[in-house]
Design a binder for this molecule. Structure first.
Ligand code: COA
Length: 392
């Protein structure tokens, strides 16, 4: 029986895990589309709110639909005081991704379980939409709440007269955000909102297929995103660039890293064999930031560009080029955001894509139950404890 199994592909590379019409990647051409719209178009013309609704519903919303979604998001930004109290009992040294995962899972404690098997498709869709709005709208509140609590301060409550991106920056810094920073963050949220079946989205499909609650589903995805091979890479990029320190050190340090078989963080992607189109858009945003600062690029960005060139000379033959994490970390750093908040910001954005996939999974659900290639022994003799080791 085991002999007839198809070949095992580590990391399931190239194995379709689902059918989806949410996003599309052409990794050779370096293209990414959400619901058929090129990422460059959305980055230029859309907002995170519109992109999130596009991902959830599959269509560009009408003005009225977008207004309703935006209003619902603004009205649901606040979280119950119990979540704030719970955070106060957590160790301040805890990573914000662990706190975010805990906080999102805790939201499930406040709402009665919904039986996705007992209700009709119409009420299921209403439920799924309502949960999606609630989770997407509250992620920024949870992220900034922990930032203040871990520093011994009271959280800054959300404002409903600001956009999603503006409100996040306002809650984080406690003051009206710079309009360019708000637009840069808005574009970053658009670029991180969705990316086909990556590890965390796959986790959504698996958890969603059991009909688990959306809080459990998204908490699982947040845990999956936290690893350095996935969302955690943006944090590692800035650490690496800081360690390099200056563009003149790049060649020496990159050679040493590669000789030690270490990764160049923010480089390489399972799907892209050329430069990630999101990295190119982010580089453009760095230029806009430099324009505001009198055409001066920061030392960190200059180092990043030198690393890109050095890596291209050494790794292009393997199809390893900058991915989205390479420049997003640099941008957030330039905006005065702490490095351990980079992945939570990624999660805030990706919640839109995760919930679109949750909805798609539920619309044609079958529980995930893959198989395995068993490599262990069979039918072994149980040796009583007192006789074990005696044979050796
Ligand atoms: N730095 C140096 N070499 C890299 C590399 C990197 N960032 N990414 C891939 N490579 C090399 C591998 O060492 C391997 O070389 P080999 O064939 O000589 O052994 C080859 O490129 C293929 O890489 P592989 O690890 O098999 O690719 P993957 O599809 O399994 O992994 C990533 C994809 C993203 C996990 C991987 O590129 C990586 O770890 N990148 C750094 C982390 C990162 O930025 N993650 C964010 C992704 S958005």
């Amino acid at each position: 029986m085991q002999d007839k199994l198809p070949e095992y592909l580590p990391g399931l590379e190239g194995v379709p895990a689902t059918r989806s019409n949410i996003s599309f990647i052409d990794g050779r051409a370096g293209l990414l589309e959400y619901r058929g719209f090129p990422i460059e178009t959305l980055a230029e013309h859309s907002t995170f709110e519109e992109t999130a609704l596009l991902l959830l519903d599959g269509q560009l919303p009408t003005a009225a639909a977008l207004e309703e979604f935006d209003r619902a998001m603004r009205n649901t930004r606040r979280v119950k005081y119990n979540v704030r109290e719970m955070m106060k009992f957590m160790p301040v040294t805890g990573h914000p991704m662990d706190m975010l995962q805990t906080a999102v899972a805790s939201l499930g404690m406040f709402y009665p379980a919904y039986d996705l098997l007992a209700n009709g498709p119409r009420s299921d869709l209403d439920y799924v939409h309502k949960m999606s709005v609630r989770i997407i709208a509250r992620m920024p509140t949870l992220v900034t709440m922990w930032e203040h609590i871990r520093n011994g301060n009271d959280p800054v409550p959300p404002r409903d007269d600001l956009t999603h991106a503006e409100n996040f920056l306002y809650m984080l810094k406690g003051k009206q955000p710079d309009p360019l920073f708000a637009r840069i963050l808005d574009v970053c949220l658009i670029l991180h909102a969705e990316h086909t079946i990556n590890a965390s989205t796959f986790a959504v499909l698996v958890a969603g297929s059991t009909l688990a609650s959306p809080y459990g589903v998204i908490a699982g995805a947040i845990g999956t995103l936290s690893g350095p091979l996935h969302g955690g890479a943006n944090e590692k990029v800035v650490e690496m660039l800081m360690e390099i320190g200056d563009a003149k050190n790049v060649d020496r340090i990159i050679d040493a890293r590669l000789a030690r078989k270490e990764k160049i963080w923010g480089m390489g992607h399972r799907e892209y064999k050329t430069k990630d189109p999101r990295a190119t858009i982010l580089q453009g945003l760095m230029d806009r930031l430099a324009e505001q600062r009198g055409l001066k690029h920061s030392r960190l960005f200059e180092t990043a560009m030198a690393v890109e060139k050095a890596a291209e000379r050494r790794l292009a033959e393997k199809g390893v080029y900058p991915n989205v994490d390479f420049y997003s970390g640099v941008l957030y750093y330039e905006m005065g955001i702490k490095t351990d908040l980079f992945t939570p910001i990624f999660a805030m954005a990706r919640s839109a894509g995760w919930l679109a996939h949750w909805r798609e999974q539920l619309s044609d659900n079958r529980i995930f139950r893959p198989t395995q290639v068993y490599t262990g022994e069979r039918q072994r003799e149980y040796v009583p404890l007192e006789r074990r080791g005696a044979e050796a």
